[in-house]
Design a protein around this ligand. Structure first.
Ligand code: UDP
Length: 254
């Protein structure tokens, strides 16, 4: 499957089931692999944060979390299969974990939220082994405490909810210092699972309007969305450049 390169980041053309299969293969391979669920704000931020861009490009699997990434890929003529969000991955991977015997750890979100998300997952998925939860923080001074907790919990699969780019950078720095084979930044997934925040109604999700629902619930997101016009401009510039210069233009940071 050929990835769709969106602003220099290769996004896998997978649906949720295929993403779970892919991650299952990574788990079987061993070592340490980072998975990223990409939205347009990530791709704009990556242009100003080369370290974040490098993490996105190096990821073992990058899925399209935001509808903007799906639309951009379609406009470029390299369509994806749709969105694969962090929240859906957490639930689907918890199901797979229950059959494979993987040990899960939920790191991040506000104090108590990861714990409640774990309880919700355990209710939803019989037999899932959640070996730890911890809020911690993405600050470097908290790393030692977090690594100590992960060291005693010995997870195989690590979900991190510190928001982007903190969660991706945290995993890039620390995943190899843990027992976890796969690490995924999952944004607001624990908030949704714990019921702290409602997920958008399915109809809005299907219409590609989950972002609008989240903006309505949390108007502070408007600031973050200022990245969207830049995203559209960069995508259109890329398409134009490819038309003029041929296929060689990939949208890499210039
Ligand atoms: N978060 C955190 N520590 C921080 C910053 C954020 O634990 O220093 C958590 C926050 O509580 C939330 C998650 O990170 O659970 C980020 O969620 P957000 O909705 O911003 O992510 P998105 O889904 O938009 O990527």
């Amino acid at each position: 499957m050929k990835p769709a390169t969106v602003l220099g980041v290769p996004i896998a053309p997978v649906d949720l089931d295929e993403a779970v299969e892919w991650i299952t293969r990574l788990m079987a391979a061993g070592g340490h692999h980072q998975v990223v669920t990409v939205n347009p704000e990530f791709l704009v931020a990556a242009r100003y944060r080369p370290d974040f861009g490098a993490v996105l490009r190096r990821a073992a699997l990058a899925t399209a979390d935001g509808v903007g990434v799906v639309l951009a890929a379609r406009l470029q003529g390299t369509p994806l299969r749709g969105r694969v969000t962090g929240t859906e991955l957490v639930l689907a991977l918890a199901r797979r974990a229950a059959t494979e015997g993987w040990r899960l750890f939920l790191l991040g979100a506000a104090p108590g939220v990861a714990e409640r998300a774990a309880e919700a997952l355990a209710r939803e998925v019989g037999g899932v082994r959640i070996v730890g939860t911890f809020a911690g923080s993405p600050r470097p001074e908290d790393e030692a405490t977090i690594l100590a907790r992960l060291g005693s919990a010995q997870p195989d699969l690590l979900f991190v909810a510190y928001g982007a780019p903190a969660q991706e950078l945290w995993l890039a720095r620390n995943l190899a210092r843990t027992t976890a084979v796969v690490g995924i930044g999952v944004g607001g997934a624990f908030d949704f699972l714990a019921g702290v925040k409602p997920r958008a109604p399915r109809l809005l999700q299907r219409l590609g309007l989950e972002w609008l629902y989240r903006l309505w619930r949390e108007p502070w997101r408007a600031r973050r969305m200022l990245a969207l016009p830049a995203f559209v401009a960069l995508i259109l510039r890329g398409i134009l450049a490819r038309r003029l210069l041929g296929r060689s233009y990939t949208g890499e940071v210039d």
